[in-house]
Design a protein around this ligand. Structure first.
Ligand code: AKB
Length: 316
């Protein structure tokens, strides 16, 4: 990775990924792009920035060619709840955007990364310690997009030799850029509300376990996988990665260690609850550990300390 185009750079992952990669590879070598350019002044000023709508294949090519990039990190996507509310738009952005970006990677001979998700599993997948290779029959549009995306990336590798790589991310927790439209977002909101109001009303019910990971571990996973020796990779595009699994009661109990008055109650959102119910309780990251040395530094307790500290520093 010497010169990288990041799509969806103002999203939850992209915002921090661009900052970290600019530190490692040099600001001029990381070309951030997003559908609109207004929201994040710092990122658009700290290195090259271009407006790209990923449904516009020509525009992706134009920017990738202009900067002579050798890597594309395709982060632009709708998350699970938004996708479920607007399945046709999700197909257009998640599948149309992906194949456009893959085509540019093929034409310009770029290495390629795009995230899959725990959403690629469904109710018939084993629920606990879900294996790397298992039944994948998701029942959401997001899940359908993710499984098709995993297969499409494999196809571009086998058919055209594009060096495609990817992970199945769990819910990602961060104090920088809030997520939007996901099912796991509650695990970010809860920290803000704990500091602001000492209480949180969860749209996900108690007893609903999902995998989660702190953003610094997610960024390291992306960079480590992209830097890994390709000859060691057997799976390439859809490595299970996770750092912890908890339900709303579990994260609330951890927050209570620091804010004893904190309380949680429930107003369950049927749609997001149904999505969560169809996902694993926990997934097995053994293939990622064995094939490229995946390692997560943050568990629930270390993440909670860091989240509360960093959000307080931000004035929350
Ligand atoms: C979502 O909730 O949609 C995402 C994901 C797990 O892919 N955070």
């Amino acid at each position: 990775m010497k010169r990288v185009l990041v799509t969806g750079a103002l999203g939850q992952i992209g915002t921090e990924l661009v900052v970290k990669m600019r530190e490692i590879y040099g600001a001029d070598n990381i070309i951030a792009s997003n559908r609109s350019g207004q929201e994040d002044h710092t990122l658009t000023q700290s290195g090259p920035f271009e407006v790209i709508d990923v449904t516009d294949a020509k525009r992706i090519f134009e920017v990738a060619d202009k900067y002579k990039v050798d890597t594309i990190m395709h982060m632009a996507a709708l998350l699970s709840a938004t996708a479920e509310n607007n399945p046709l738009l999700a197909w257009e952005i998640n599948m149309g955007g992906l194949i456009n970006a893959l085509e540019v990677a093929r034409e310009l001979n770029c290495q390629f990364f795009t995230p899959s998700s725990i959403g690629a599993f469904g109710p018939s997948s084993p629920k606990d310690n879900t294996p790397q290779d298992t039944i994948q029959r998701p029942v959401t549009m997001y899940g359908v997009n993710k499984v098709a995306g995993e297969l499409l990336c494999d196809y571009y590798y086998h058919k055209f030799g594009v060096d495609t790589r990817g992970v199945r991310f769990p819910g990602l927790i961060s104090y920088v850029q809030p997520p939007g439209g996901g099912t796991t977002d509650y695990a970010v909101h809860i920290y803000y509300e704990a500091l602001r109001h000492k209480k949180y009303t969860s749209y996900i019910d108690k007893g609903t376990y999902m995998d989660m990971m702190y953003m610094p571990d997610a960024l390291n996973a992306i960079i480590d996988l992209m830097e890994a020796d390709g000859d060691r990779l057997k799976h390439r595009n859809a490595f299970n990665v996770t750092a912890m699994s908890f339900d709303p009661e579990g994260i609330a109990a951890e927050i209570r260690k620091h804010i004893p008055e904190f309380t949680i109650d429930y107003k369950v959102d049927p749609m997001r609850q149904a999505i969560a119910n169809s996902w694993p309780n926990s997934i097995d990251p053994t293939a990622a550990i064995e094939e490229w040395g995946f390692k997560a530094e943050y568990d629930l307790s270390r993440m909670t300390v860091d989240m509360l500290t960093k959000l307080k520093e931000k004035g929350i």
